[in-house]
Design a protein around this ligand. Sequence first.
Ligand SMILES: NC(=O)c1ccc[n+]([C@@H]2O[C@H](COP(=O)([O-])OP(=O)(O)OC[C@H]3O[C@@H](n4cnc5c(N)ncnc54)[C@H](O)[C@@H]3O)[C@@H](O)[C@H]2O)c1
Length: 259
Amino acid sequence: MEVAGKVIVVTGGAVGIGRALVERFAKAGAKHLVVVDLDAANANAVATSVGGTGRRVDVASASAIAALVEEIETTIGPIDLFCSNAGILPVDSDPNNAASTPEAEWTRTWQVNVMAHVHAAAALLPRMIARKSGYFLQTVSAAGLLSQIGSAAYSTTKHAAIGFAESLAITHRDHGIKVSCLCPQAVQTPMIAGVSKMNGADIDGVLTPEAVAEATIEGLAKESFLILPHPKVATYIVKKAENYDRWLGGMAKLRRSLL
Ligand SMILES: NC(=O)c1ccc[n+]([C@@H]2O[C@H](COP(=O)([O-])OP(=O)(O)OC[C@H]3O[C@@H](n4cnc5c(N)ncnc54)[C@H](O)[C@@H]3O)[C@@H](O)[C@H]2O)c1
């Protein structure tokens, strides 16, 4: 997909990777950008900077996402590309216990990192199927393909997000609907500024959000399911598939070295 001339929604667009996507899509000639975030002030500021529309929406709410889609399609036009980018990164409450995150935090992480993608698809699929076109970009993470040491809830929900994206891509390929998963390792955003330990996420370097947005434009142009701004992630996936037990041993060794 070329983004020029397209109506695009970016969730979590107020800062970080989402903001960089909005700015890159604007530069590439997008027709209209809708910037969605819990942070209304920054969402509106980013939207204004690209002549778009800002909206304060909690992506975890199915009814709020449905209302947003209805509003955009009625007042702006059909959504060509919906980017479910908002995400949260909880860290294990006890780094020596993978089940230590409180249940409420697991639930919230599940809602934002997984169900938000489902809510967007539920609101858009009937419209996209009728139009025989549409594109979902899911910002996931390399943690959804590999793992994130020290955050079981993040790793688990990001794996689930990949699972849902695969179902979308398989079920709706013949409806003309495309899906990509953006899976970076560490990116310099407020998200990682808020964690005290990188726990190996920065092993191949920390990218700028702008570099991730550039990789995304290229991945969308190729309509690749996986967009990997850190190319080494592709080799790690192969190693994991080749010998899962050896890969788990290597990850445990890496964890030990980080203690
Ligand atoms: N930064 C990284 O190293 C990194 C690496 C891999 C993947 N990711 C993923 O990229 C995406 C963006 O990450 P980022 O680093 O830019 O994050 P960030 O925390 O810097 O920004 C996320 C934005 O999403 C918004 N948001 C959070 N919950 C929301 C909700 N329920 N409804 C609406 N908006 C909400 C926040 O207000 C914030 O503006 C996330 O899905 C994250 O998991 C980030």
